[in-house]
Design a protein around this ligand. Structure first.
Ligand code: SAH
Ligand code: ZN
Ligand code: ZN
Ligand code: ZN
Ligand code: ZN
Length: 536
């Protein structure tokens, strides 16, 4: 079976280097990609949208060396301007305050447009499905809003109450008083609810989210026009000169409706872009400033198709911002962070952020059929916490099946048995792994040692093919094929907007080209590598 056909290529993300500014699409600065062919030839570089993986959501494309005409630049600027939300976060909040003061029977929510309706606006949504909204519902926007379910681009998977409370209890116990919620709307609302209950230590929170709703699927999706109270469809009928809609289906965050200026920033975590510009990034700066006993921590739960390298870069920028705001003593400390992501991204995340480690805790999701937590579970969640907080400080719930390993000095899943030979608790996927003396490491329970390949593999692996002449498509090594690559990145090319013929799995990143500002310490590099090998 061929690993990749002749047309196949990988995409490498090139991080912005000093001075060069990327062109912008409605989602902020675009990202620079480089096509790399199977033989390692580097292709022409191009800019593409950072946030949308589907061309129909954002079709921005520009070759890096392309000369763009004035006319096209102008048209682009007009488009970007027209997609900018007309309401500032302050105005959203004013609407919200007005809404709250309405009598109960006048509090209406349009389900088709996903917006709170003020009395004068109901007419325009008369043919839409609308519902009443209770005070309790207003405090749980994540239950009121329809979770995004665009599989390809960006689904919203909401934490179970159990996982949300676990995260908040854990961070609160560690003394954190301010939680920066990046793509975690549920945590933000739970903090506010817990503050109301007054049973827990009060916490502050700031939500950064793009809440991207993809392009209008039907004429039902309508944005309300401020001037003519007319129905305006966001897909084609909309003429920016004629109307000033305040909700675009794809670029206006519905979560913005429920929060004040210092509780929500419309933010893109793939390019560290604030849609509200300078005032919005000032909100983050103010939040990151620690007064008195305050301690800030970040919890991010990005879409799992997201580019690790781009995310890591944004989180580094947030950390740098935080560091600059601290008094001189901790000048080279990193901001405490938790990044929630599937376990199979471990090598990739550690490669970008060597000070992070992966915890065994399985994050549970309400609306994800596969990611529910379960002890006996065929259906265990593959989603884990990656953090630069010391693992020995994080206590995982015993009653859910976690235990303390005194050798590793961290809490691990009950099936993750310590291996005396490897001297680690080796399991990554929640199953009990077993030691292979020939490979001198622990491997997945389903693997068998294959003598012709000289390594452990699934019993039905393409035997003998692993020493192919062409080597690994991912890292170039002649020792294995891409499938067995310890640095394999599970990113697919389809996670990039230019998925023209890219339905099949192609890696976005190739290790040898990987360049990152943070230098890996020798120990960390060694550890990252070791863990990478274990995680396959
Ligand atoms: N488990 C979380 C939700 C995670 S779903 C909770 O329960 O709160 C992923 C979240 O990331 C969504 O809220 C989505 O709107 C947000 N998101 C997706 N792409 C983003 C981007 N480019 N920038 C910022 N936020 C994004
Ligand atoms: Zn875009
Ligand atoms: Zn409507
Ligand atoms: Zn072992
Ligand atoms: Zn074999």
């Amino acid at each position: 079976m061929a690993e990749a056909d002749d047309e196949s290529f990988a995409l490498q993300l090139i991080l912005p280097e000093g001075g060069k500014t990327a062109p912008c699409c409605p989602h902020g600065p675009t990202l620079l990609f480089e096509k790399v062919s199977k033989r390692g030839e580097r292709g022409r570089r191009f800019y593409a949208c950072s946030a949308c993986r589907d061309r129909k959501d954002c079709n921005f494309f520009q070759w890096e060396d392309e000369k763009v005409s004035e006319a096209r630049l102008l048209a682009r600027e007009v488009k970007n301007q027209s997609k900018r939300p007309l309401l500032s976060q302050e105005e959203y909040h004013t609407r919200f305050t007005t809404f709250i003061s309405l009598p109960l029977d006048e509090k209406k929510f349009c389900q088709d447009c996903q917006i709170l309706l003020l009395p004068g606006e109901r007419e325009a949504h008369a043919s839409h499905r609308s519902t009443d909204v209770s005070a309790a519902q207003l405090r749980r926007p994540s239950a009121l809003l329809r979770p995004l379910d665009n599989k390809k681009s960006n689904a919203q998977y909401l934490f179970t109450d159990r996982s949300s409370h676990f995260l908040l209890d854990t961070l609160s116990a560690l003394g954190y008083t301010k939680l920066l919620c990046v793509g975690t709307p549920r945590l933000q609302e739970l903090i506010k609810l817990r503050n109301l209950e007054q049973k827990h230590k009060p916490m502050k929170s700031l939500l950064l989210d793009i809440d991207f709703r993809s392009a209008c699927p039907s004429p039902l999706c309508i944005c309300f026009c401020k001037e003519c109270a007319d129905r305006v469809c966001s897909c084609d009928k909309l003429q920016p000169e004629a109307h000033t809609p305040y909700f675009y289906q794809d670029t206006c965050a519905r979560y913005a409706q429920f929060y004040s200026q210092d509780e929500f920033c419309h933010y893109n975590m793939f390019n560290h872009h604030f849609f509200g510009g300078e005032p919005s990034s000032a909100v983050l700066q103010a939040f990151l400033t620690e007064c008195d006993e305050e301690k800030v921590v970040m919890v991010a739960d990005p879409p799992f198709g997201g580019l690790v390298k781009a995310l890591a870069n944004s989180f580094c920028l947030i950390s740098r911002m935080w560091r600059k705001l601290q008094s001189s003593d901790g000048s080279n400390a990193d901001m405490p962070m938790m990044w929630i992501f599937p376990y199979f991204f471990e090598p990739r995340i550690l490669e970008c952020l060597p000070s992070f480690s992966m915890l065994d805790y399985q994050v549970g999701y309400d609306n994800h059929p596969l990611y529910k937590h379960g002890k006996t579970g065929r259906k265990q969640s593959p989603v884990r916490l990656f953090t630069n907080i010391s693992p020995k400080d994080i206590i995982l719930p015993k009653e859910e099946g976690y235990r303390f390993c005194s050798v590793c000095e961290r809490d691990v899943w009950c099936l993750n048995k310590h291996c005396a030979k490897c001297n680690v608790c080796p399991s990554k996927d929640g199953r009990e792994w077993k030691h292979c003396s020939a490979c001198q490491k622990c491997v997945k329970p389903s693997w068998r040692h294959c003598h012709s390949c000289g390594r452990c593999a699934l019993p039905d692996h393409p035997c003998g093919l692993s020493q192919g002449k062409e080597g690994c498509f991912n890292c170039g090594s002649l020792q294995h094929k891409r499938k067995a690559c310890p640095l394999k990145d599970t990113h697919r090319i389809s996670s990039c907007p230019f998925s023209a013929k890219s339905g099949r799995s192609k890696n976005v990143s190739r290790h040898p080209l990987f360049k990152h500002k943070t230098k890996m310490r020798p120990g960390a590099a060694c550890r990252a590598k070791k863990m990478a090998t274990q995680s396959m």
